[in-house]
Every structure is written in structure tokens, then in C-alpha cells.
Design a protein around this ligand. Structure first.
Ligand code: NDP
Length: 446
């Protein structure tokens, strides 16, 4: 049964944000975890720290009109939610996907507050996006859209105010088009976006960072079970930025990825997925994952996404989208003796799925800790931009590894301190919240 604190928060959040189910889900999880912290620190309750945190500092919703290749006018909706600047400028990606609406951006922005706090770098939380679908659009159409999107967004962001980055549907191409338009409108060359190209202010390792960071985090989960990646069978959902570089790193560490997916279906290759083929199909040809089986005859393709969790594996890295692992998926993983789940995507497991993992002794690395490597490396990109310097691949990778280890330590220590040993969900929420809450207390009622 939910407590009075959680019920009161959820009553307020659902009333003020009707229909935003993903946002409600994200708030409930954090509220349940941090209740013990509020009980121990009555000043947080008195100063309504959490009640303030669930209300974004500022949210923008705007029209994005653009001309397609046929000369026809198209209209999309743009969003930027600036959630919390308690510990630094707002920071969080931009998502272009037809499913985007305010509730998705708010769930992502809310999660981002705690994730960013865990990274040990001084960045606040925010998120943005649009219901624009880059799939099937020409480069020219994507450019027109990005320029129109930035024509409104530019007045709300800045290298010390709000620093967006990529997310689903926003990679190097889109960041480039948005950066070009920002520079033109603001007449200012500054590190206002991260995920930039290496020739114009980007950081080495940023492309790989979320996937690599995820694997560094799960490495610690495996160490706690006295094992490692060698010889493990791994299922990775998605075949985008996070998934591809997670697979690259697990291969370097001696594991084999046997299944990957996109939003239409999944492939299984018992010989081990050939990552070069996936990279070419997804990154260069912008094709579909099913094209893989045309080249690798022993691999099979299955239409539909959810079946991927029924493929027997030792470790699962859901790296596509929110709520992609439900209770049935989690039970299938448990049945097949999966020992660890690390979330590459944001909130990919439903609350019921997380419960199944925790009840069955599966090591579970929650998104806001396990996938924080991307934003952490974005913070390193901001740092290099401010210094007008570029670090080597090895230097950035070393820092990323140190940060992921520091995140793991914070999560395990917080969980233990608050009587929930090994519960990384609670540990991540508590450690992230404490840093933000203390900053809010110091800064007064703002
Ligand atoms: P990409 O756009 O590069 O790739 C997304 C992948 O997930 C694609 O394979 C896509 O398939 C699939 N996908 C997207 N939506 C759905 C859906 N509704 N159902 C099933 N599959 C879907 O995005 P990223 O790899 O950057 O992001 C993946 C996840 O990781 C997201 O949750 C994102 O928020 C999170 N994340 C990303 C970070 C980053 O640095 N990029 C940082 C931290 C978290 P298709 O091609 O068919 O659309």
C-alpha cells in the first residue's frame, strides 16, 4: 500500500498533469524511494523540496512549421522542459519521434535531474523534442525541420543556461543542423549543444559514451556476483546509438550479442551479431534491422519487438525505448536464467518488470544510473569547449569509466545507508535526490 507521502504527491501530480502517464510513473518511482530520506530530514518536507521538484521551472511548447520536398507546409510541435537548475544549467537531450508529447518530455526531464546529479558533474535537468519523425525524410527535409525547430528554441538556451543534446531520432546529423541555425541566429560560437562533430567542438567518446558507460556500470554489477562478461550471451534491444556501442564494448570484453531489434522486429544470430553489418544498415543506409538476415543466412528475423526477451540470454540490455520490458518479458528472462539487466534506454522496464527482477535475484541497473555515461560525457564536452581544448580518446574514456564507477559507488552506498542493500533503484534515486535537495535548501525558496 502506498504511503501518505506518496499518495499526496501523486494526487497533486496527476491532478496538475492529467493524462501524462509516463511522467506519473517516473515520479512515483522516485517518491517511493525517497520517502525514507524525507522522514529522516524533516526540513526537506517543511521546505517542500520534492513538491517543488515535480513542477518544472519552465516549459515551452511551440509551433514548428516547415516546407517538405514537395513544397507543402508541414506543422509539428516542439517542446523544451527546463526542469531543475539547482546544480547547474539545464541539460538533457532532444527526441524526435512521432510518439512525443508533453508527458514523454516531462518524464525524461524529471529522470534527467537525478541522473545528472549522479554524474558528479554540475548540470541540471531538462529535456526537449518534437513529434517530428525523421524516418523516411530526406536530408533536406530534416535540415528544414531542424532549422525551424531551432528558430524558436534558440532564445531559451545557451552554454550557461540550457545545453541540449541528442536522443531518439537526434544524432550527429540533426545536432549539426540545429547547431548551424543556433550560431546564425545568436551570432555566437559556443558549446550550446553537445554531441557535436569532432571538427567543430565535439568530444571524442561522446558517440560511444552511453553504450560504453552502460557496460562499465554492468561490469560492477557482475563483479558483485563474482563474474564478468567473458562467454556471456547478451540480448540488446534497439539498434541505435546506445545499442550499437554497448554491443561494441561487450564484444571487446569477451561477450557475444545474440539479439538486437528496431521498432518493427528483432534478429537472432546465434553465431553472434555482426556489428559491422548492423552499423552499416542503421548508421549509413538508415535501413531496417530485418535487412540483416539478407546477408547473414543463419540469422532469423521475427516481426514485433516484445519477443526479444524470450531469447535465452545471461544478460539483457534494453536500449530502445520506455516500457519495452513488461512483466511477461521480465518473467521470460528470469525463466531463462538471466542474471543481470542494465537499462540503456530511459525507463525501459515497467514497475511490474522491475519487481519481477528484484524478487528473483536478478541484478538490476536502473537507467538513471546505468545510462548516465552519455550525459556525463556531454558534460566533459562542455568542459573541453569552455577550455578551448580537446582531450584524447583515452583521456575521455578513462574519465567516463571513473564516473560510471563513482555512480555505482554512490548508488550502492546510498542503498545500504537507507537499509535497502543491493537495491540500485532506491540507491540511484536517493543519491541523486540528496544532492539536488541539499542544493535547493541552500538556495532558498526558488
Ligand atoms: P536512436 O534513435 O539512435 O535509436 C533508437 C533505437 O530504438 C532504434 O533502434 C529504434 O528503432 C528503437 N526504438 C525507438 N522507439 C521505439 C519504440 N517505440 N519501440 C521499439 N523500438 C523503438 O536512439 P538512442 O540509441 O540514442 O536512444 C535509445 C534509448 O536510450 C532512449 O530511451 C534514449 O532516451 C536513451 N538514452 C540515450 C542516450 C544517448 O546518448 N543517445 C543517453 C541516455 C539515454 P527504429 O529505428 O525502428 O525507430
Amino acid at each position: 500500500m502506498a504511503s501518505q507521502f506518496v499518495e499526496s504527491i501523486m494526487g497533486q501530480v496527476t491532478m496538475r498533469n492529467p493524462g501524462e502517464t509516463e511522467f506519473h510513473q517516473a515520479v512515483r518511482e522516485v517518491a517511493e524511494s525517497i520517502e525514507v530520506v524525507i522522514q529522516k530530514n524533516p526540513a526537506f518536507a517543511k521546505m517542500k523540496v520534492f513538491e517543488r521538484l515535480v513542477e518544472p521551472e519552465r516549459q515551452m511548447m511551440f509551433r514548428v512549421p516547415w516546407l517538405d520536398d514537395k513544397g507543402q507546409v508541414q506543422v509539428n510541435r516542439g517542446f523544451r522542459v527546463q526542469f531543475s537548475s539547482a546544480i547547474g544549467p539545464y541539460k538533457g537531450g532532444i527526441r524526435f519521434h512521432p510518439s512525443v508529447y508533453l508527458g514523454i518530455i516531462k518524464f525524461l526531464g524529471f529522470e534527467q535531474i537525478f541522473k545528472n546529479a549522479l554524474t558528479t558533474t554540475p548540470i541540471g535537468g531538462g529535456k526537449g523534442g518534437s513529434d517530428f519523425d525523421p524516418k523516411g525524410k530526406s536530408d533536406n527535409e530534416v535540415m528544414k525541420f531542424c532549422q525551424s525547430f531551432m528558430s524558436e528554441l534558440f532564445r531559451h538556451i545557451g552554454s550557461d543556461t540550457d545545453v541540449p543534446a541528442g536522443d531518439i531520432g537526434v544524432g550527429g546529423r540533426e545536432v549539426g543542423f540545429m547547431f548551424g541555425q543556433y550560431k546564425r541566429l545568436a551570432n555566437c560560437y559556443t558549446g550550446v549543444l553537445t554531441g557535436k562533430g569532432l571538427e567543430w567542438g565535439g568530444s571524442l567518446v561522446r558517440t560511444e559514451a552511453t553504450g560504453y558507460g552502460l557496460v562499465y556500470f554492468v561490469t560492477r554489477m557482475l563483479q558483485d556476483r563474482k563474474t564478468d562478461w567473458k562467454g556471456k550471451r547478451v540480448t540488446v534491444s534497439g539498434s541505435g546509438n546506445v545499442a550499437i556501442y554497448a554491443v561494441q564494448k561487450i564484444e571487446q570484453l569477451g561477450a557475444k550479442c545474440i539479439a538486437m531489434s528496431d521498432s518493427n522486429g528483432y534478429i537472432v544470430d546465434e553465431a553472434g551479431i555482426n556489428l559491422n553489418t548492423v552499423k552499416r544498415i542503421k548508421e549509413i543506409e538508415r535501413g531496417r534491422i530485418k535487412d540483416y538476415v539478407g546477408e547473414h543466412k543463419k540469422a532469423k528475423y521475427v516481426e514485433g519487438c516484445s519477443g526479444i526477451w524470450t531469447v535465452p540470454c545471461d544478460i539483457a540490455l534494453p536500449s530502445a525505448t520506455q516500457n519495452e520490458v513488461d512483466e511477461a518479458g521480465a518473467k521470460a528472462l528470469v525463466k531463462n536464467k538471466c542474471i543481470a539487466v542494465g537499462e540503456g534506454a530511459n525507463m525501459p522496464s515497467t514497475p511490474e518488470a522491475i519487481q519481477v527482477f528484484q524478487d528473483n535475484g536478478v541484478s538490476f541497473g536502473p537507467a538513471k544510473a546505468a545510462n548516465a555515461g552519455g550525459v556525463a560525457t556531454s558534460a566533459l564536452e562542455m568542459c573541453q569547449n569552455s577550455m578551448r581544448l580537446s582531450w584524447t580518446f583515452e583521456e575521455v574514456d578513462k574519465r567516463l569509466n571513473m564516473i560510471m564507477n563513482a555512480i555505482y559507488d554512490q548508488c550502492t552506498q546510498a542503498a545500504e545507508e537507507y537499509g535497502m542493500k543491493n537495491n540500485l533503484v532506491a540507491g540511484a534515486n536517493i543519491a541523486g535526490f540528496l544532492k539536488v535537495a541539499k542544493s535547493m535548501m541552500a538556495q532558498g525558496v526558488v
